[in-house]
Write a protein that binds this ligand. Sequence first.
Ligand code: ZN
Length: 509
Amino acid sequence: MNKYYISTAIPYVNGKPHVGHALEYVQTDAMARYQRLLGKDVFFLTGTDENSLKNVQAAEKLGQNVQQFVDEYYKTFYDFKDILNISFDDFIRTTEKRHFIGAQKLWTNFKAEDLEKKKYKGLYCVGCEAFYKEDELENGKCSEHKTEPEIVEEENWFFKLSNYQEKLKELVEKNIIKITPEFRKNEWLAFIDRGLEDFSISRSAERAHNWGVKVPGDENQIMYVWVDALSNYITGLNFGSADESLFSKYWEQKDQKDREVVHVIGKGIGKFHVLYWPAMLISAGLSLPTLEFIHGYLTVEGEKMSKSIGNVVDPKDVVEKYGTDAVRYYLLGAVSSTKDGDFSISRFEDFYTAHLVNGIGNLTSRILTMIEKYNENKIPKVAEDIFETAKFWVDYDIAFAKFDFEEVIKNINSLVSKIDVKISEEKPWAKVKTGENISVLLYQLVEGLRHLALSLVPIIPETAKKILAQLNLEIENNLAEKKNWGLLKEGNEIKKAEILFVRLEKHII
Ligand SMILES: [Zn+2]
């Protein structure tokens, strides 16, 4: 079975997650579930970056012990598993022993000629945990954090990224590491062409508050947090531990022709994933990721989320009010998967009402009610496809291949309205009154509903499961077969259940 390895980035745990974190988790989860639906052997990794200086500072500010602080906040990310129904296979915390062992093994494997210890003075943004050149700043400030970096001078280990200038260009240009979307690929190619500089990969233990992974053989130095954080993608597969079988199976995939190793990341951390990480892997003699999907950022009601504005949206609150699938549907369908998007409650409620209440929910109930009323709860005789489902599935696969979840959902919503329009045009209730046989139409509608439910499996899995259960079916990871028309069998009984999406009060007319 083909293996598919996919990861989210690992967030700092210096506070509770916001709706921007939810976006990345939901996107990654939708892709993982889609790949499983295709029948692949998927491993989905997520986790938390707990060695960041930001965590140390946040804990110190509150007068808390750093370990207790990260223990408390890591949990709020882990809880996405239930809150957003995230199907990760493992969750790596970078304070775990297996992570320390693996990160140190990676360092030990770097080629000697790629490492150099030297004195360095530079502008350091603690928010980014990165050094910047003057010309990378906007009016002397970090463009991510809008803060002035501090001047840091010390002796550090450096990684000679300049050794990999040509190699990295080739990897990106030839799609050996495919950057999705295409415009991000072009941005990074232009960046590489401007010349790559060596970067510091350690800091003094003192500046790191003695928190983090020690440099092997140089105890006074702590690994630069990005070096240790990036290695989570392999330490989460137990790289460096006594049993490396997961790492061999999902990262190296030596038995597989079309190897797939995918990182889902935000646009702010491209440098670390497109440049640093591949160079480090080559230096250590390990295989490379095959695809990096880069998403945009979320604003809230048109403004950047910030604690000072007080507009940080906790996904937990939104889920409590509207439900997990409503939040998933919005994040995947109402927000561009690659450009910046906005989270707005009024838009959220409109989207929910239009596509989940009036769309999928209402259609499901209409069709099953007709089967119940006009065909004694039974599936009629198989009839031909009038909804061009073969074409629908082609478009579906193309959109997933591009990580274009917005397009996937646009197609799903079109299928819903196509089926709805058919019902309105044919008026089966009127035909029944005149004694006309509507069993052909009924089959077409209910089989159309099965296709709809199947397409929803990666997007809103609980809803998909509920619709399939009403058709007496279960989720099976075999899309190639299940997307054929005519699989609902004549005489099978349906089990109509409660409505899927509750109408919001203010939308009741
Ligand atoms: Zn910054």
